[in-house]
Design a protein around this ligand. Structure first.
Ligand code: ADP
Ligand code: MG
Length: 394
């Protein structure tokens, strides 16, 4: 990785303002899933161990630029305190007199969490004055660390703006994400097989184009496969098809001839429901009134064949409507196939894909599960993420 990290700066005795991704689900005022908090621990612990005073900031939910108790980070402070085994101070405002007083008095080895940055209208607007106030909390000798890869595609004040005022480096989570995702684009060990699925082509045209260039094979499943099948002339009944993307799909089929692998069979349903009637058919036998909700067993076998020799695999997008158990088998089978690969680097990105791999129970057998939903896709698309661009180069 060509960006400086916390290892490259001296943090001792300094105040370090760290952008983390604590956008966690809350239930009854408690943290319901602390995966994202745990993911930030290595950076926080390192900074504390090296004598820094740590000021944490994050967004949570979409509070629309004003305080809203529903989206308070206070429960996160309590949870983090339990994980670190030490007190975590909490500022009830992201900036302002209380935040300033707490930050000023913060000692090396201590942790302060600021209230939700999106309680301030300046966050999403990347308002320079709000960014300056955040940066000022770290004092004249402060450092900015971005460890929130999942927010790096957003040019917000706590992600981009603060880097105008403080030296900016990557945290360990950011470093790991950039390493694994970066290797896909620059130096993947080959064969490199990419798997794409999910609901729509239109969301992911840039990703498809990028992977058609970088990968050796591109396996397509999920709802987006329907539009490709239709573009090939198959009748897909009431399946989700994007008519607007048919021409694009035809162009991609022509460009990707020797790389694209499409489903050969499908699990179809007579309506969009968990308890719909279910059948397995070849893709040229989808009756009118039926819809494709999963890839079929022959497609799974075909995809597994392609995966067998892979040295690098990137997967985004479920192979079917895995939220319905009757249509989850294709997605879970691909998850298990990735888990069983030996000697391959397997990388998964995308909110629903990550949820699916966890549900399949094989998350711990995947080399890297990206914490960035939209950010990992934009990265794989080849876009420069604003929150990465502002970090100091090595
Ligand atoms: P990710 O969040 O991993 O990037 P997406 O958001 O693109 O994935 O897509 C996930 C959604 O795609 C899931 O909710 C799933 O139900 C839906 N999906 C997958 N296959 C189909 C299909 N054949 N028809 C309709 N929806 C589908
Ligand atoms: Mg999604």
């Amino acid at each position: 990785m060509n960006k400086k990290t916390i290892r490259d700066v001296d943090v001792r005795g300094r105040k370090v303002l760290v952008r983390v991704d604590f956008n966690v689900p809350l239930e009854d005022g408690r943290v319901a899933d602390d995966t994202r908090i745990r993911a930030a621990l290595p950076t926080i612990q390192y900074l504390l161990d090296h004598g820094a005073a740590v000021i944490l900031m994050s967004h949570l939910g979409r509070p629309k630029g004003q305080p809203n108790p529903k989206y308070s980070l206070r429960p996160v402070a309590e949870h983090l305190s339990a994980l670190l085994g030490k007190p975590v101070k909490f500022s009830p405002e992201p900036v302002g007199p209380q935040a300033e007083a707490l930050a000023r008095d913060l000692k090396p080895g201590e942790v302060l969490l600021l209230e939700n940055t999106r309680f301030h209208p300046g966050e999403r607007k990347n308002d320079p004055e709000f960014a300056r106030q955040l940066a000022a909390l770290a004092g004249p000798d402060g450092i900015f660390v971005n460890d929130a890869f999942g927010s790096a595609h957003r040019a917000h004040a706590s992600v981009v703006g603060v880097a105008q005022y403080l030296p900016a480096v990557a945290g360990f989570l950011m470093e790991k994400e950039l390493d694994f995702l970066g290797r896909l684009l620059t130096a993947p060990e080959r064969p490199f097989v990419a798997i794409l699925g999910g609901a729509k082509i239109s969301d992911k045209i840039g990703v498809i184009r990028s992977l058609l260039q970088k990968a050796d094979k591109l396996l397509i499943g999920g709802g987006m496969a329907n539009t490709f099948l239709k573009a090939q002339g198959y009748e897909v009944g009431d399946s989700l098809v994007e008519e607007d993307a048919l021409e694009e799909a035809k162009a991609l089929l022509a460009e990707g001839q020797d790389k694209l692998v499409l489903p050969v069979d499908a699990v179809i349903a007579d309506r969009f429901a968990a308890d719909a009637e279910r059948k397995v058919v070849p893709v040229d036998r989808v009756p009118q009134g039926w819809r494709i909700l999963d890839i079929g067993p022959e497609t799974v076998a075909r995809f597994k064949e392609e995966l067998q020799s892979a040295k690098t695999v990137f997967w985004n997008g479920p192979m079917g409507v895995f939220e319905f158990p009757a249509f989850a088998e294709g997605t879970f089978a691909i998850a298990r196939a990735l888990a069983e690969l030996e000697g391959a680097v397997t990388v998964i990105g995308g909110g629903d894909s990550v949820a699916a791999v966890k549900q399949a129970g094989v998350a711990d057998k995947i080399t890297h599960i990206s914490t960035g939903g939209g950010a990992s896709l934009e990265f794989v698309e080849g876009k420069e993420l604003p929150g990465v661009a502002v970090l100091a180069d090595k």
